[in-house]
Design a protein around this ligand. Sequence first.
Ligand code: SF4
Ligand code: SF4
Length: 352
Amino acid sequence: MTLQQGKRRRAAARALVASALLGAFYLLPWLQPGGKPALLLDLTARQFHLFGMQLVPEDAQPLLWLVTACIAALGLLTVLCGRLWCAYICPQTVLTRVFRGLDRLTTFDGIARPLGPLLRHGLWAVIALWTGITFVGYFNPIGQLVQALHPFALNGWECFWIAFYALATWANVAHLHEQVCTHLCPYSRVQHLITDANTPIIQYNAPRGEPRGPRGVGEASVLHRSRGLLDPVTASDYVFRAAHPAIAGAMPKFAPIHLGDCTDCNACLQACPIGLDIRNGHTSNCIECSACIDACDDTMARNQFPEGLIHRAHLADTESTTVRRLRVKPLLFAAMMALSLVLMYLSAGGPL
Ligand code: SF4
Ligand code: SF4
């Protein structure tokens, strides 16, 4: 797979998943197969409409088991594949990408440039308001809500919840961005409990990249030079010294022939929405969005180096940890998921 194919494949996967999720979110309240809402949580009538099924609160037990099965499935996905939820599926990520798309759309040269921020926030306010209406449309029939907009006949609670969700969407995405992931999201706090040494994470290949430094064009990658890869201890020593100059002192100047593949361009740092320097090591704040991979692969391409200085790999690949054939956490999550599905089936009136 070539560099551009790798980057294009990630971008296409993001666009595909985002379109599917946004399409499902905005369309579901409108769907009425057989004249019945596909998904409506009618709290006033104490009834849940779920794809043709009509449930009352007493029937909620199967739903609780379904939620448990979904949580176990998320754990299984995470331990096997890393934080794909954060990178591709989380509503915060998806909506932030939409907002950044608007940013690019409304940033253009010419007389419209000063209007860009106004246009962007205006468009985002409309999307946020429609998101608020859609949220409330999962609890009140959305057709009636929209009809009540003109002439205006929404009741107080409808106004409150629409305004609440619209404001939350607007502020979360336009102002808080990924700070929500770092400071509010419980999922990132429990990563160390969910994952194991075989879970893929985003990593910087220090033995290949260190010592870092700018160089002229024409130097080959260490993968094609006699220097080759450094041993991991020396590489992590260089990483530490680069990250802590006050403690370790300034790094010596290296001749281009001794430099690793990191050109110290800082593109990975600038691309990171959390402000992390992935070269200093993986942290639980990393949402594995792959922005640093894309940025670094561009730098590698400009220098005609092979891609993958920053890449997705298992900790076991890089920390001489023994790869376990029997992985306990995936088995536990799989068992929890299977058990929850069986209990859901039984509590919904299955045999036994
Ligand atoms: S370190 Fe890389 S993958 Fe992690 S959040 Fe930053 S840009 Fe995304
Ligand atoms: S983008 Fe790549 S080459 Fe540039 S500083 Fe980051 S790791 Fe080094």
